[in-house]
Design a protein around this ligand. Structure first.
Ligand code: UFG
Length: 341
């Protein structure tokens, strides 16, 4: 079994949850983060949840090749889970070079060092965004990828391709791309969670900020989509389930050869209004909303067929939608000001 796992971007939202689950499963974890989109709140939370005060933390930027090389040399890394990337779709459209440089260079550096050390298991944090507006739902890993509609989405596709080609070319380099659907919620301890900067782009952080009174109301972007109630449908997955999917993938990568791709989703789609209702039921707090125009680039509906992850990794999501809404609200209530605190 891979013993020491580097989690790049490990102080962030998903990375911190993955660090917890890896430690719970008996792995040694080394965390690297350049702190560009997080503070130490989550890393401190990880230490509290796991009772481990000794988790190695390196404040480095994976775009710095020498820093990555030194990190590998000094820590005998067996596997990497690479989260360190920018993730705001709209910002990527406005600042494409920033996105291409950061997301591609950091991943190239990880792969180059993995190759130079004679091999490594490399897990890449990809996204359901690679499927775009798929013709048939649910999407399986065989569903064709569609041309990306943002530089962010394009970096996900490009990194998947770079991983595939690197695994094919370099002995010992093994790779898995994990395509996330919509991760939400927080650790049930409410010690780690998502801390969006400024006005949240994503639905659930906007709902939780509305529920605590920080935002006046939620804008529901469009109610004329081709869905059961006209609002957009997505496959929301509890971030702890998602994190456990990574542990299963690390185990699998160690035991197999080659390159692979898995969907990490629940298989069920919920609309924006379903989410509002679930949140209100789970927390007994009203969420005022108005119907607003569609957001450019949004699609009607997207949800996963997660069968392959179950059959091959033995993983499936366990938490329900109300658990996700409850944990999201508990975290938000404990951190009303997020980064500004
Ligand atoms: N929505 C609203 N109001 C808001 C925010 C979102 O109505 O204030 C709606 C959107 O229109 C969409 C749904 O809520 O129908 C979900 O939107 P999110 O922004 O939460 O999530 P997306 O599905 O648009 O995008 C997310 C990630 C991307 C990733 C994609 C993968 O943000 O990084 O899932 O499918 F690429």
């Amino acid at each position: 079994m891979a013993k020491r796992v580097l989690v790049s971007g490990g102080a962030g939202y998903i990375g911190s949850h993955v660090t917890v689950e890896l430690i719970n499963a008996g792995y040694e974890v080394v965390v690297a983060d350049n702190m560009s989109n997080c503070d130490m709140t989550c890393f401190e939370g990880v230490k509290k949840i796991t009772g481990r005060d000794d988790i190695p933390f390196f404040e480095i930027d994976c775009c710095d090749y020498e820093a990555v090389e030194k990190l590998f040399a000094e820590n005998s890394i067996d596997a990497v889970i690479h989260f360190a990337a920018y993730k705001a779709v709209g910002e990527s459209v406005a600042q494409p070079i920033k996105y291409y440089r950061n997301n591609l260079v950091s991943f190239l550096n990880i792969l180059e060092v993995a190759k130079a050390k004679g091999g490594c298991n490399v897990l890449f944090s990809s996204s359901a965004t690679v499927y775009g507006e798929a013709e048939n739902l649910p999407v399986t890993e065989q569903t064709p990828r569609l041309p990306a509609t943002s530089p962010y989405g394009n970096t996900k596709q490009m990194c998947e391709d770079i991983l595939r080609d690197s695994v094919a070319a370099y002995d010992g380099v093994k790779g898995i791309a994990l395509r996330y659907f919509n991760p939400i919620g927080a650790h049930p301890s409410a010690l780690i969670g998502e801390l969006p900067r400024g006005v949240p782009n994503n639905l659930v952080p906007f709902i939780t900020q509305t529920a605590i009174g920080k935002r006046k109301q939620l804008s529901v972007f469009g109610n004329d989509y081709d869905t059961h109630d006209g609002t957009g449908v997505r496959d929301y997955i509890h971030v702890v389930d998602l994190a456990k999917g990574h542990v299963a993938a690390v185990k699998y990568a160690t035991a197999t050869l080659g390159c692979d791709v898995f969907n990490l989703g629940t298989g069920t789609g919920y609309s924006v209004l379903d989410m509002v209702k679930a949140f209100e039921t789970a927390n007994n707090i009203p969420v005022p909303y108005e119907i607003a125009p569609r957001r450019p680039g949004d699609i009607d509906e997207c949800y996963a067929d997660p069968t392959r992850a179950y059959e091959i990794l033995g993983w499936k999501a366990e938490y329900g939608i109300e658990d996700m809404c409850r944990d999201a609200n508990n975290w938000q209530s404990k951190n009303p000001n997020g980064f500004e605190a």
